[in-house]
Design a protein around this ligand. Structure first.
Ligand SMILES: [Ca+2]
Ligand SMILES: [Ca+2]
Length: 492
């Protein structure tokens, strides 16, 4: 069977039907060509329901982040040696003044390690969990994927080991330091953070806290904060209620305002925060539907992963998306980051109680930031895709050539050619670009000749006849790709 030129989809389907009617064809089986939708290979990724809700895969098509972006996590400190952090953690600082709160035998020092304790009321490795949501290594085959796979995390310890509590003076100094401002008695932070995440909340305003947050914002930092977990109006919960702070409410896995989440007109945006009362299936068991991230098990002295729920988990989702935005537009102003996240939000998930315009949509937010950027970087992939891998933009390919393959609605990384000899092994030159041949004739267990294309495409048999079951239009379209490979071969 030979088709001239590039066939249309209908021609493809007609040819496939004609092929299926042949008595010497047992069945046509697809060569599935799948395009990686920037879904990382991390083992616990199936637990990351929040990735789909916040539309992270579409964002990862555009960027995986930049190591030039610094995100401060003002929290309980960190376990920097968690293997899913890699080398992402900057030196940081410990601002907890009282040794009894710090649990590390001293007051302020340059080690932001979260020592934790065995008590159930300890830090819970809260800071490590929050930092992991923002910046755990993505696509490293391990644990979870952070939202930004490359940014640097600045751990600034201001909450101690007694229920993870901290005092306003310590928190205020930590925020100033994170932004690169002077704090008495402490060396200046050499890595000022463009984004400061504050995953804590408490009732009552304090001037020392307000002043520090304002100073950080004046220094150019975006301040993202949890709206609070009391299921009430967020306007009396600080630092979220400080004007200019991007306060984040939390949703459950269905995208609805979580029952514990604060709400109200000071909330800037809704983001996934989890609901531990719900479950998600994972490897034939059910796991709690909190937001999964990195922890350290103080009891077993092991690094691991755990689900937590709260606006503490929702805020770092927003901080992570903001970091991705800065990776494509480094000079984007904090007010513009907030405006774009609000403007691109999924308004179908707006809530009656008021939680900003709706659910954060990372994919649209990053796309908008790229449009605004005077010098946007190439889309993610950065030329890393090899020959014959599926692609969506020229710059993703090592060869910088991403082209539609014959008769199939899929693009692969390829290269220009004039002759077959210009192409890699198992490829031929067709219409100016290399195309994988992926074709072979093998013998099956019964000794029958089998034409195999790309693994299993077309099985010829001589004795009995069986018809294929319909496997969908894409299947049939792929069959025609096989036909084209055959036709091209015959022409040679
Ligand atoms: Ca200390
Ligand atoms: Ca990982």
């Amino acid at each position: 069977m030979k088709l001239a030129g590039s066939p249309t989809r209908n021609q493809t389907l007609a040819a496939a039907r004609q092929l299926a009617r042949r008595s010497d064809v047992q069945y046509a089986h697809p060569v599935y060509i799948r395009r990686p939708a920037s879904v990382p290979n991390d083992k616990l990724y199936p637990l990351m329901w929040h990735a789909d809700l916040a539309r992270l895969p579409g964002a990862w098509d555009l960027t995986h982040g930049s190591n030039k972006v610094v995100v401060a996590v003002v929290d309980t400190g960190i376990k920097r040696n968690h293997p899913d952090f890699g080398d992402r953690i900057l030196p940081g600082y410990d601002f907890v003044s009282r040794a009894s709160d710090g649990g590390d035998g001293d007051g302020r020092d340059d080690d932001p390690n979260d020592p934790g304790t065995l008590a159930s009321t300890s830090s819970g490795q809260h800071g490590t969990h929050v930092a992991g949501i923002i910046g755990a290594l993505g696509n490293n085959g391990q644990g979870i994927a952070g939202i930004d796979w490359r940014c640097k995390i600045l751990p600034v310890r201001a909450l101690g080991v007694r229920e993870g509590q901290g005092t306003d003076p310590d928190i205020a100094d930590a925020i100033r330091w994170a932004a690169g401002l002077d704090v008495a008695g402490v060396p200046r932070n050499p890595n000022p953070a463009k984004i400061i995440n504050l995953s804590f909340s408490g009732a009552g305003a304090a001037q020392v806290l307000t002043d520090a947050v304002r100073a950080a914002m004046n220094a150019g930092s975006l301040v993202v904060a949890a709206a609070g977990n009391d299921g009430s109006d967020a306007n009396t919960y600080f630092p979220g209620a400080i004007p200019g702070v991007f306060a984040v409410a939390a949703s459950d896995p269905q995208g609805k305002l979580a029952q514990y989440s604060n709400y109200g007109d000071i909330v800037g945006i809704l983001a996934p925060g989890g609901e531990m009362g719900m479950t998600i299936p994972f490897e034939s068991r059910d796991e709690p539907a909190g937001v999964w991230s990195l922890v350290y098990d103080t009891d077993k002295q092991q690094y691991g992963y755990r689900a937590y729920e709260g606006t503490s988990q929702a805020a770092p989702v927003v901080a992570g998306v903001a970091a991705l935005m800065l990776s494509v537009y480094p000079d984007m102003k904090p007010d513009d980051v907030i405006r774009v996240i609000k403007e691109t939000a999924d308004t179908s998930r707006a809530c009656v109680e008021q939680c900003g315009p709706g659910m954060i949509d990372a994919s649209k937010a990053i796309a908008r930031a790229r449009e605004m950027s005077p010098n946007p970087p190439p889309p993610a992939g950065d030329g890393q895709l090899k020959y014959s891998q599926a692609c969506s933009a020229d710059r993703q390919c090592e060869s910088r050539v991403c082209r539609l393959t014959q008769a199939v609605d899929a693009r692969i990384c390829t290269r220009f050619c004039s002759f077959d000899r210009d192409c890699p092994t198992d490829s031929f030159c067709s219409i100016g670009v290399c195309t994988p041949t992926n074709i072979a004739i093998q013998t099956n267990r019964k000794g029958e000749p089998v034409v195999v294309i790309g693994g299993c495409a077309l099985i010829e048999r001589s004795r009995s006849k069986r018809r294929s079951r319909s496997t969908g239009l894409s299947t049939l379209a792929l069959v025609l790709l096989s036909l084209f490979f055959l036709a091209a071969r015959r022409r040679r």
